[in-house]
Ligand binder design. Structure first.
Ligand SMILES: Nc1ncnc2c1ncn2[C@@H]1O[C@H](COP(=O)(O)OP(=O)(O)OP(=O)(O)O)[C@@H](O)[C@H]1O
Ligand SMILES: [Mg+2]
Length: 293
């Protein structure tokens, strides 16, 4: 039995038990970018804050392994990370750290690269644990690393909903295109994946729209992929200051322009049609796709 088959069996068992116990499933939203430093982690933490303000249960998974993105932005020091679940057998609930407003996050720690070579016992344990996040969250936001690494692609291939953060820098636009190209050319890419773009660090709404149209046009023409513009976030000194204070701008300066943009984006995401049926397949399904089953 190969690893994919082992995992399929494990997922099958878990799905049976979760339908029996009517466990709710979470919506999984993955934040990514072609180029680094374009605002992914800010998108992840500020959307989490906005969802929390709406009364949603939200969790962030820091999948930029080894780089401590979320904990630094939240000014929180995690005791444990996902690596403790995988390599030390800890339960997923025990590695959640509380950030501001009691937003839970799971630190990526380091050394999770060996995920594809785990034995079936460890896999079983991991999937069962990850699936437990469903009971704890309405939304799980995954913050990935930048670029076209294998790990990032795996997360994107597993996601139903992808937010691609892009800035007006020419390299950010071309790197976004390259990321989508790599995704599209993978045989496991599913056309129904929602690809939503955030134009960040823009001078005006018009600039953001132009940037999106530039990207969307080539993506549609050369890759045949449909995207949508989720929102535009201005270049905002309040956001920069909030990062320096290790607090999300939506908490440090809720009336700042960028904070209001995050609020609009969170509203849009909560209002997309068929949220429950289409997107809420849960963490077990996410990890089933993660290994390509
Ligand atoms: N809208 C904005 N206005 C002003 N500065 C911004 C804005 N968005 C991001 N920045 C700046 O860019 C920096 C990088 O943002 P962030 O860490 O969220 O990017 P990232 O894509 O997660 O980076 P990495 O690829 O390194 O993980 C922030 O520290 C902040 O100073
Ligand atoms: Mg980051």
């Amino acid at each position: 039995m190969d690893q994919a088959e082992k995992l399929r069996n494990i997922i099958k068992k878990n799905q049976i038990s979760s339908s029996e116990s009517k466990v709710q499933t979470a919506r999984v939203i993955t934040v990514s970018s072609g180029k680094g430093g374009v605002g992914k982690s800010n998108v992840a933490i500020n959307l989490a804050v906005q969802f929390k303000k709406m009364g949603k249960k939200v969790l962030i998974l820091d999948a930029d392994f080894g780089l401590a993105n979320i904990e630094v932005m939240f000014g929180a020091i995690p005791k444990y990370s996902l690596a403790d679940v995988i390599y030390k057998g800890m339960g997923i609930r025990d590695v959640i750290t509380n950030g501001p407003m009691d937003i839970g996050f799971i630190s990526g720690g380091s050394g999770v690269v060996g995920m594809n070579n785990l034995g079936s016992d460890t896999l079983n344990f991991l999937v069962k644990n990850i699936a437990k996040l469903d009971e704890m969250a309405d939304v799980v936001i995954i913050d990935t690393g930048a670029g076209i690494s294998e790990a990032v692609l795996e997360f994107l291939l597993a996601s139903e909903e992808i937010i691609l953060v892009t800035t007006p820098e020419p390299t950010s636009i071309t790197d976004s295109y390259s990321l989508l190209k790599a995704l599209k050319s993978n045989s496991r890419f599913r056309n129904e994946t929602k690809l939503r773009v955030i134009a960040n660090k823009v001078a005006s709404t018009e600039d953001g729209q132009q940037l999106y149209h530039k990207l969307a046009t080539v993506v549609e023409q050369y890759l045949g992929l449909e995207t949508s513009l989720l929102g535009v976030i201005p270049q905002d000194v309040a956001l920069k200051n909030a990062v320096m204070q290790q607090s999300p701008v939506t908490i440090a300066s809720p009336s700042a322009q960028s904070a209001r943009a995050f609020q609009d984006i969170a509203d849009t995401l909560m209002n997309v049609p068929h949220t429950d049926k289409v997107y809420k397949k849960g963490m077990a399904a996410f990890f089933a796709r993660f290994t390509g089953t």
